[in-house]
Design a protein around this ligand. Sequence first.
Ligand code: WT7
Length: 633
Amino acid sequence: MNNLRINSFSEYKKAYKESIENPEMFWDNIAENFLWKKKWNNTLEFDFSKSEFKWFKEGKLNITENVLDRHLEKNGNKTAIIWEPNNPLEETRIITYRQLHAKVCQFANVLKNNGIQKGDRVCIYMPMIPELAIAMLACARIGAVHSIVFAGFSSAAIASRINDAQCKLIVTANEVYRGEKPINLKHIVDEALKDCPSIQTCIVYRRELEPTMMVGGRDKFWIDEMAKASKDCLAEEMDAEDPLFILYTSGSTGKPKGMVHTTAGYMIQTAYSFDNVFQMQPEDIYWCTADIGWITGHSYIIYGPLACGATTVMFEGIPSYPDFGRFWEIVEKLKVTHFYTAPTAIRSLAKESLDYVLKYDLSSLKVLGSVGEPINQEAWHWYNDYVGKGNCPIVDTWWQTETGSIMISPLAGITSTRPTFATLPLPGIQLALMDENGQEIVTSAEKSEGRLTIKFPWPSMARTVYGDHQRYIETYFSTFKNAYFTGDGAYRDAMGYYRITGRVDDVVIVSGHNLGTAPIENAINEHDAVVESAVVGFPHDIKGNALYAFVILYDDQNPSEQLIKEIKDEVSKSIGAIAKPDKIQFVKGLPKTRSGKIMRRILRKIASNETDFGDTSTLLNPEIVQDIEKGKL
Ligand code: WT7
């Protein structure tokens, strides 16, 4: 992409200025770099009061022509995906753009042969194997909407997501390995599908050759379906604003929100941000260690890198298998130049012997990235000193499932970095810090602190919550007038650099995973012995935050290890193992306001070992605070 690249800090400043003065012209110029079936006639139409945003109206395109077909003529034989298996003894797979294109078209025909049409929703529950990428792009090829569910979620979590979106088909795999642990995804799906009447077909990729129980009429093997399908598939003509995918993210209340991303704006901005943040050269090798089940994988393993014609690594395993040197072994072996991971992974590796890092040749590395949570000083320095050897700029990228693409980040090698600061907004992103009264903080003091908002639309923003536009309005556009509220607190230094301080709502970021406390409490309350519970986050050395549950039992129940285990199992069953609390304390009561609302602020302080609880006089039951503190774990 020739006309997108910013090459110096002065070019960044110029682009930023232009993007604010004339956002439409700015995005028009970028959009010209893509393949359109029909040009758009109105760059942006929006109405904050209805929370409606439309980009590139009337434009027609297909995103797969942009991420695949467009590269075939000149770069058909270039590697699109390098796949690294969980087991290092298994072979690495190289997939060129031409091969990926053929597989995507073929699987698109499989979907069609199974009755999937434009607009239908398809659930994908797969391990990190190339077939996951193929399945998602095949959906996009025919205009079906993919809803990828991270393969660590439970049956109940899959079922609620399938039912929310009324998916017609699900793609999964049989047995897969993460580290030494085998997980049978098909069994988990079978359990989920007991409650999913909308699903007509389940396509199973055989990752392992062990026997797999198939349900007649519903279940089909990937390999058999592919054998029947042609490799030619015309790309469906999509409207710029047609939905591309749904991806669920936790909210502070209620069930997960199905964030809907649309086609053109998402494509353009993931590509633009990828190109500028990472500053790749054509022969570079990029590796993002996220799972495609999260937005990071959608935007920066698949859509962004492929739209730019880059080579992207997909890794099936975990950083600790067969030992804690696995990441660095892969960097050496594949000569990775750009490496993008999460602070939680860095912290977990930094606590192991340094030999795991020093053993490998990491001289191919040029740029390091961080995403998912604030990166602390220690982790930043460890990453910089031992992985980057002081030679690789670190791009600390702040963004969200809802924003679709990176909003705040240094441009590698261009923006000077400051440890723990995500630094400056990308062009097109108009940030504002708001005070408690909804007034914008405009000072350029050394430290302005407030709530982070975005006051002008951007192309890759999620357009709605699937089936619940009201919730979209309430969650994101009701706290502050004419601005999108991120849910994060931040501060800004005198240079205008931003540092994200973390969530200010009831969402806790555990190991980079966004978890709402309400659904975890609901799961705990499912246990027969439990009256009520409250879950809060507390600082954790490796995970960033961990979960602390305060649980009230019925009078006739006694606290026990067994009960703790059962409560954790409830959480695993309803959400997934990632949401299990680290600590469970049984309490006689919870601090409540007179209107019956749990005062989480106080519980957060207890869980974080703080002693100043502020004013507790408005509590209905102030005496309970001391009681809870005494039993603190
Ligand atoms: C929340 C969004 C965006 C991909 C992964 C997470 C936190 C994300 C950073 C960062 C500080 C960060 C925020 C945000 N977050 N990146 N570089 N520095 N905090 O997506 O699951 O939607 O979570 O992750 O709190 O609101 P997500």
